[in-house]
Write a protein that binds this ligand. Structure first.
Ligand SMILES: [Zn+2]
Ligand SMILES: [Zn+2]
Length: 339
């Protein structure tokens, strides 16, 4: 058995210089949208906000024992710009964030890919690969080079996740577009996954322009139980997909070898919650097929050429925004199946 759970790992609180709400208030308001949450301090606030944030996280864990609440932080990584390391509570979670600021903070002069690789080794040696992973936030702000991303992936198995949609509707081309950095890393054999995050600071209701965690974008994980360990495992193994506007649910995506070399029986199904316009199946950094007849109960089966992996992305008909003028594009990314 297993189940789908939703959450968001990129959330700022009143403890950050530009945050507005307490951990408890954020959870209260976003509880309808999420089954787990990660609270992200800013390592670059002076002084950093970790102690105050951590007190609030511990308090919130007592109040919401059924809700996994990760204590994490946006680190000012030695290569531009923000990464987050996530681990389980009993794996020295507080020390992880604090020690990274102490030893590898870009503002303290730790700059360049060599320092970044040292940081990866430091995390692996001190916290282990099994219960920890790193997310590269908004790799498009500024653009991170393929060479740097590949060096991080090649160093060890801590770097597992690249952001696609981050704050507001900002979508990283590195993760969204076909044949860009994420595809190149997958082609090179690295197992990396895409996620979305709210990067919540201040909600529309309070005069800001952020959505609550889980309200606009969602990471949807397949887990046995909603526990810290299972959530880390799901992210590390790519057992999740990410959506904008909850546009699809219950995806099933498989690829089985056929008698013909290089061809696979591919099945893809999901339930569309909004009108979907296009679904792309991608392999080896290239578009394999683009489907435009996407029904509410979508089901597709075909024999397709593939190499290395297949992945899927989709987008829907533009929808009116909930709090502001104009429209947004519902979209989703399924993480790869490897061949
Ligand atoms: Zn950031
Ligand atoms: Zn942020």
């Amino acid at each position: 058995m297993g189940k789908w759970i939703k959450g968001d790992l990129h959330v700022h609180t009143q403890n950050c210089n530009d945050g507005t709400l307490s951990v408890l208030e954020i959870i209260k308001r976003s509880r309808p949208y999420i089954d787990f949450i990660g609270i992200s301090g800013h390592s670059y606030d002076t002084p950093d906000c970790f102690e105050a944030q951590y007190r609030e996280v511990l308090e919130a864990r007592e109040r919401y024992p059924e809700l996994p609440i990760f204590h994490t932080a946006e680190q000012n990584f030695p290569i531009q710009r923000h990464t987050m390391f996530v681990t389980v509570p009993d794996n020295r979670e507080f020390a992880l964030q604090r020690e990274l600021v102490r030893h590898f903070h870009r503002q303290s002069g730790h700059e360049g890919i060599e320092e970044a690789l040292q940081e990866m080794r430091y995390v692996k040696d001190g916290w282990g690969e099994d219960q920890t992973f790193m997310i590269f936030n908004h790799p498009n702000s500024p653009d991170v080079s393929y060479e740097d991303l590949e060096a991080l992936a090649a160093e060890n198995d801590v770097f597992k996740v690249i952001a696609c949609v981050d704050r507001r509707e900002r979508r990283a081309k590195q993760t969204w577009r076909i044949g860009e950095e994420w595809d190149r890393l997958l082609c090179a054999g690295y197992r990396l996954y895409a996620r979305n995050g709210s990067d919540f600071h201040k909600h529309f209701d309070d005069g800001g322009d952020d959505y609550y965690p889980g309200e606009f974008v969602q990471d949807v994980l397949w887990v046995e139980e909603n526990t810290y360990d299972e959530i880390i495992r799901a992210y590390r193994e790519g057992r999740f997909f990410c959506t904008v506007g909850n546009c699809i649910q219950n995806p099933v995506f498989t690829a089985e070898p056929t008698d013909r070399e290089g061809y696979y029986d591919v099945t893809l199904s999901f339930e569309a919650n909004v009108e979907m316009e296009q679904v792309d199946i991608i392999s080896n950094g290239e578009l394999v097929t683009s489907l435009t007849d996407v029904s509410k109960n979508f089901s597709y089966r075909a024999t397709l050429p593939g190499k290395g992996y297949f992945r899927v992305r989709g987008k829907g008909k533009p929808m009116p925004r909930k709090y502001s003028e104009g429209e947004y594009i519902p979209q989703f990314v399924l993480n790869p199946v490897f061949l």
